[in-house]
Design a binder for this molecule. Sequence first.
Ligand SMILES: [Zn+2]
Length: 324
Amino acid sequence: MIVKQVSESIKMKKLKVILRRLSPHFPMRKEIEDEVARSNAGYRGEKSLDYHLEILPNENCYILHDLRLPHGTQFFQIDVLIITPHFLLIIEVKNMAGTLHFDQEFNQLIRINNEMEETYPSPISQIYRQKFLFSEWLKKHLSHTIPIESLVVISNPHTRILATPETHDLSQRVIHSNHLLANFHMFNKIHKKEILTKREIKKLSRLLLKEHTYTNPDILQQYNILEKDILKGVFCPKCDTLPMIRNKKKWYCSNCRFYSKDAHVQALRDFAILFGPIISNSQCCNFLQISSSNVAQYILTSLQFPTSGTNRGRKYQISFEGEV
Ligand SMILES: [Zn+2]
């Protein structure tokens, strides 16, 4: 049973909005595009794993995606955690195409794709670290000792996995996603003793959800993006042209002649993701590119956002379900 679904991180939502609203000539645009592509691949890889997770024996098997747990003043992340009565399983998902060369001598991963060679930190070292930190976390929160298994799962079925020096050991730790069921059965055979009751599994899963901490990195600062670098206005929902023009309580697209009543909702969502959920009337005018404060007030009031302050100091809390 999947108790915490895979979802787009706040960082990824921010990056997507930034990319959509960033001038095409911004110097670090390519780096941002690369980061969005990497985050997207990671998200799709984990999403595709659900197909294999859903066929695991369901009874008393709790699955949590994307956990970020505290360790002292730092945090560690787990892509997928499976809690069973007999063992816990940590999965690190890699969605990488091409040939993956696990260099076990120097603990690095070399990816060869389209004749390009790139080096990454070893996912084996990554899961070793996660396993260690998670066992430390468990010592604080669980009175029993339970075996922790870990796997690197390669979500792209066409990715070739190689190792130097050649060892059979690697095939126990790095698998393709379609082999997950077989590995799961193997772990079940090794760990026969029931350690956690159904109630304890539920309790642990609740605690993990409570301890999970979102990260909200300042991407604008990271890439040195100033407010003036962000394109303002309302996008046309039909042809993606910017900006639409406010006319008689509607938005008009001069490119495809589409009229929209609520195209500003997406723009306000973008504002909240980039700058936080509080907006004033003048910020709304500026971001939606409207000249009349009465129109801004009409828009913000009709969306029934909670307010604080009065008159010119009034702020609106633009919160959307599932957003920052
Ligand atoms: Zn249009």
